[in-house]
Design a protein around this ligand. Structure first.
Ligand code: BES
Ligand code: MN
Ligand code: MN
Length: 462
């Protein structure tokens, strides 16, 4: 394709400023106080797709936040790429740990981003990565080089489980028909080590509630004589892992896919420094399931983690009290073949069974989704690989990620097509954390690489 670099060079400032404007809108899907901002973001995406050359753009209402759909069909006989991304972001808390306000984007340099990185919530996950596709589309239409049909589907509820998108996909199979799905919502190993994500973990997210006495009690008058829900809950949670950090829920590992020694050896070839990993997190040791490496623990093995725990008195000073209730939010990351609904049921049955007399336990399932793996011999993977070769000068490494995009397995089930995950973020970009950022270099590199995917995918499809 011609002139990608010169087109980017010429429009650099505008490309950055448009993204910065998008990042200023606090589209936090989890918090209803930001409803108008989420809706405003959907409209902004609609306008940007129109300006990028889509012929038909609509804001599709759902029971929750809308899905922005846009398309450009140039020839029914040519392949169709469906681009998915999300315009919603995670809440920015703890806000006091941000070095600049989360919705006032600024460009600062870091050790890994000497060319600068945009600091803002959503910069990498996923506004920055999603917007690369909009700008790649602009380039292809403005220079008359779009080689195939394109459909965009950008949702506003990814960070809260994509429940309404699932229904939308099931009800709009014809409209969403495609030959490959393209997503930039993952990461790569390093700027000089490009990688294509070939796996995502599934997820089961539950909330538990332990109730003891019918009211908060004086801890002197009652302590030691009735079950303390916080003591009980922490003990129950601690029992969910054994001394080797295996999960103790009966049946939990039954369907886990075990990789062959050859596959594990292949994985171990990816460059990784345990020393750098520990240093970046300020930890003196890693921690995890016995018998697996760090990279295996966070990609091919399932996990169980408490994401939040609360109850009792947490205000200033002290209060002598036995709380009536204690709560925790627990997520389980799953690997291929583990079914998230089965796992949720196994968790519920087990957790209720280990409750001691004297408390009542409730398990409330939130959302979940299946894991995903994609082969590297597909046309889509090959096209992506060739695109990276052109722009990075080296063959990308296939890599399974520990994160989840639950809708991807549903895409395969409902739309019967493979998803190619071309992520340009770095693990150190602090997605979901304070000071999230996205490298300016990564942003432009993505815009440069994406059109080549279209080119090679169209060529290889012939
Ligand atoms: N983009 C992330 C997922 C991701 C990040 C995958 C980096 C691979 C590498 C996505 O927005 C996300 O945060 N997903 C959630 C799940 C969702 C159901 C809330 C996650 O993984 O926690
Ligand atoms: Mn994301
Ligand atoms: Mn996310």
């Amino acid at each position: 394709m011609q002139h990608i670099q010169s087109y980017i060079e010429e429009h650099k400032d505008r490309f950055l400023n448009e993204l910065i404007d998008l990042l200023k809108i606090p589209s936090i899907s989890a918090d209803s106080a930001y409803k108008n901002d989420v809706l405003k973001t959907a409209d902004a995406i609609k306008t940007s797709l129109e300006l990028a050359g889509c012929d038909h753009v609509e804001v599709c209402e759902t029971e929750g936040y809308p899905i922005v759909y846009g398309e450009k069909i140039i020839d029914k006989n040519l392949p169709t790429v469906l681009v998915y991304g999300h315009y919603d972001v995670q809440p920015p808390d703890p806000i006091e740990l941000w070095t600049s306000p989360p919705f006032e984007p600024v460009i600062k340099t870091t050790e890994l981003h000497p060319e600068g990185a945009i600091f803002a919530r959503g910069a990498c996950d996923d506004k920055g990565q999603m917007y690369m596709h909009v700008k790649a589309m602009e380039f292809m239409t403005k220079t008359n080089q779009l080689p195939c049909n394109v459909k965009f589907m950008i949702e506003g509820e990814e960070e809260v489980g994509s429940v309404n998108l699932s229904k939308f996909v099931k009800n709009n199979q014809e409209k969403l028909k495609n030959d490959v799905i393209l997503i930039s919502d993952t990461g790569m190993i390093a700027k000089d080590v490009p990688s294509i994500t070939t796996g995502l973990r599934g997820l089961s997210y539950v909330e538990v509630e332990v109730t003891g006495p019918n009211r908060d009690l004086h801890s002197g008058l009652y302590g030691g004589a009735v079950a303390n829900p916080i003591n009980v809950l922490t003990k129950m949670i601690a029992s969910l892992h054994d001394e080797n950090n295996h999960i103790t829920i009966p049946g939990f590992y039954d369907k886990v896919e075990n990789l062959s020694d050859a596959e594990r050896a292949e994985m171990a070839k990816a460059p990784f420094s345990l020393e750098d990993y520990k240093k970046a997190l300020d930890i003196d040791a890693v921690y995890g399931e016995e018998g697996y490496t760090t990279n295996e623990r966070n990609s091919i093995r399932p996990t169980l983690d408490v994401n939040g725990i609360w109850g009792g008195y947490t205000g200033e000073g002290t209060k002598t009290v036995i709380a009536s209730k204690a709560y925790a939010k627990i997520s389980m990351r799953l690997v291929p073949h583990q079914d998230w609904e089965d796992i949720t049921q196994l968790f519920k049955t087990h957790f209720e069974s280990i409750a001691p007399a004297g408390v009542k336990v409730k398990v409330k399932p939130h959302h979940g989704g299946q894991g995903y793996v994609t082969p590297i011999d597909s046309i889509g993977y090959q096209a992506a690989s060739k695109a990276y070769e052109d722009t990075f000068g080296t063959t990308p490494i296939p890599q399974r990620s520990g994160g989840s995009i639950p809708i991807v397995s549903l895409f395969e089930q409902e739309l019967k097509s493979k998803t190619i995950l071309m992520g340009f973020g770095l693990n150190s970009d602090a997605i979901h954390s304070p000071n999230e950022h996205y490298g300016v270099w990564n942003y432009f590199k993505g815009i440069e690489t994406i059109p080549l995917f279209y080119k090679y995918f169209t060529e290889l499809s012939k």
